[in-house]
Every structure is written in structure tokens, then in C-alpha cells.
Design a protein around this ligand. Sequence first.
Ligand code: SAM
Length: 286
Amino acid sequence: MTTTATFDPAVFKRTTEQQWQRAAEAWHRWDPVLQTWLGPATELMLDLAHIGPGSRVLDVAAGCGEPGLTAATRVGPTGYVLATDIAAEMLVYADREARQRGLTQFETRVMDGENLDLADGSFDAVLSRVGLIYFPDRTRALAEIRRVLAPGGRISVVVYSTPDRNKFFSIPVSIIRREAQLPPPSPQQPGPFSLGGLGVLEETLRSAGFSEVEVHTVPSPLRLPSAAECVRFERESFGALHQMLSGLPAERQSAVWEEIERELSQFEHDGGFEGPCEMLVGAGTK
Ligand SMILES: C[S@@+](CC[C@H](N)C(=O)[O-])C[C@H]1O[C@@H](n2cnc3c(N)ncnc32)[C@H](O)[C@@H]1O
């Protein structure tokens, strides 16, 4: 039976922050996989943001630093990148990485993406890679992003498309949802596929006041040695799944992960694993 729980944005945001604080070390550790898996979508996002030498860039929900760190290389020493996230622990890794790469034009600040403590018109581009989908009040977040952009500035975001095209993630989500008896999310609620439906991202960016809106589909198969490795990746570092599972006792959680691995093994072929995944890259102009 499915329980009917009311969605509380404040509680959701608090647990989001806690889960990502816990997942920070793993998200950073898995960065080489993230870079390969999300590389093509990330490159397109940076291109659509029109980032070049001297640009001022804001990365919202920047996690352990990407794509802001790559943007920092593009803007060069005369540009500036501010990476913001609600989870301080994620940004510790971003700072460390920036120092190691000598990127003095890169800074971090803990900040809720729905309340940007930044001056109007102070950035040329705003990025958010798989971040906006987790904001309870997306309308407010986009209004904030638009406010801090200079006239002519660009927003560029990466989100998942639909569950049927992202089975590496939607299979775990649906198994966890069933086992934890979570109600299906309403279309307005945050979640991995909340902006993925046909035309949703485009309409969301237009309604937020952006012009020259474009949305591109980027096939992004997740290639790993095995389904077990995919489960390890998601189990260790996907804050959203931790959050959904948190109501179950530890032994039930282990059983759920075993079922997920059995289901994902359908994507093992020729000694490897290729999890179906498709990203949307959406951009617009202020
Ligand atoms: C899937 S991770 C993506 C991190 C990074 N953008 C990347 O692509 O590697 C999602 C991030 O969104 C952040 N986040 C979630 N809700 C947020 C909010 N309301 N404000 C700022 N960051 C938020 C989390 O803390 C987490 O770091």
C-alpha cells in the first residue's frame, strides 16, 4: 500500500543537505566516472553558456566542483567562477581541487540555490548540473538565477530526461519507492526526473523569463565493469537514493540493494555494463 505523505519543502531541503553532506566523500571519489559519464553533456552545457576568457560564472548546486572547475579553466585568470552548494562538505572537495589545480579565479560559498546572496546582474553565465531538479521551489531558484545574471547573460543546465530513458536510475528509484512505500511524486515536486518530460525544461526556462531557449538531448550511457559496480556507485554517492531509503532499517536497505543489482544485471553484456541514461541540456538568455 502507498502512504499519502504531504510534501514539506523545509524538511526536504534539510534532509537533502544532510544526505549530500554524507555522500560528499563518495561523490568526489567517483569523480573520474562522473567526468566520463557526464562529459559530453557538460561540454555542451559550457558551450551553450557562451563561457570564454574573462567570463564571470556562477555554478549553482556545484557539489564537489564540477562543472565549475572546468569553467574556471575556460574563463582563465581574468575570469571568475563562484561555486555554490547547500552542503558545505561537498564544497570542501571543490576548494581542495581548485587549489591543487592552481585555479585562483575559483571560489566557493555555501548557499541555498533558492536564496542567492549575490548582487543583481553580477554574472555572465549560471550553470547547474543535475542540481536544479532537487530544488523544492524551482520557480524561485530560476528567478534568483535570472536576477544575478547580467542582461544578455546565459543560463545553462543539465537534467535527466524521462525514467524510461534512464533505467540505470529509474529502476533503483522505483524499487526503493515500492519498498519504502513512498507515494509517487507530484509533477511539481523535486526529483531526478522532475524536469525531464517532453517540453518541460523548455517551458520552465521560458516561464522564468529566459529568451532564445534551446534544449538538446545527449545520450549519456553509464559504462562500468558490472551491475554490481553501478550499484556501488549509486549506493555510495547518490544522495537522493539515500534520502528515499532513510526510513527503512539497515537490513531491509541491504535487501533492496540486492534486488536493484539483480534488476540492473539486464544491462550487462560482453563482460561490461552499460546503464541507459539520457541527459537534457537546456539554455536561455536573460
Ligand atoms: C547530484 S549532485 C550534483 C553536483 C554537481 N553539480 C555535479 O554535477 O557533480 C546535487 C547537488 O545539489 C545540491 N543541492 C541540492 N539542493 C540544493 C539547494 N537547495 N541549494 C543548493 N544546492 C543544493 C546538493 O548538495 C548536491 O551537491
